[in-house]
Write a protein that binds this ligand. Structure first.
Ligand code: PRP
Ligand code: MN
Ligand code: MG
Length: 180
């Protein structure tokens, strides 16, 4: 039987998120220095909100490109199935290009570790990863995260792209969810 959920407290306000996103963008842009283009790869669907805010905080003279991948790792609302499938791949080759993977959250690490291995095999000039949220208590596989917005406790959270069975992605703040 499908569980019912209700929204809980605000864990990260829109103001705190915006401030941290701007800091991350500055850090990423300065690390990219005088290099070539930066391909920002968003992982659908959760990362879309974070990605669009992040790239708009990057300087105008950074050669930013955007692409998306869609993978499936969760069987249902809250449980990790451990299965990662590619549902939609990048449009172009990443060979010789500086790539930044952008994710809303790293939880078990299964999604990111799969994506990092996959993209590394395509020989980008560099491969970095930026996550908004790190729920490190739930990690099942080691994964390298170069930029992290916030460490969060092992609670179920929604908003700013994060969903509960498809709901609540559109919330401006990140909030906890309580099972009824
Ligand atoms: C969530 C989240 C990450 C992934 C993290 O995506 O957006 O992509 O799970 O979990 P992991 O570290 O345990 O692999 P989900 O599969 O729910 O898809 P969505 O982005 O479309 O919500
Ligand atoms: Mn996701
Ligand atoms: Mg999800």
């Amino acid at each position: 039987m499908a569980k019912e959920y209700r929204l809980g407290e605000v864990l990260l306000s829109r103001e705190r998120i915006a401030e941290r996103v701007a800091e991350l963008a500055r850090e990423i842009a300065s690390d990219n220095g005088g290099r070539r283009e930066l391909l920002v790869v968003g992982i659908l669907t959760g990362a879309v909100f974070f990605l669009t805010d992040l790239v708009r905080e990057m300087p105008d003279d950074l050669d930013v490109h955007i692409d998306f991948m869609s993978v499936s790792s969760y069987a249902d609302a809250t449980k990790s199935s451990g299965v990662v499938r590619i549902l939609h791949d990048l449009k172009n080759s990443v060979e010789g290009i500086d790539v930044l993977i952008v994710e809303d959250i790293v939880d078990t690490g299964l999604t990111l570790s799969y994506l990092q291995d996959l993209l590394r095999a395509r020989r980008p000039a560099s491969l970095r990863t930026c996550v908004l949220l790190d729920k490190s208590a739930r990690r099942e596989t080691a994964v390298k995260v170069d930029y992290c917005g916030f460490e969060i406790p092992d609670a179920f959270v929604v908003g700013y792209g994060l969903d509960c069975a498809g709901r609540w992605r559109h919330l401006k703040d990140i909030r906890s969810v309580e099972a009824l």
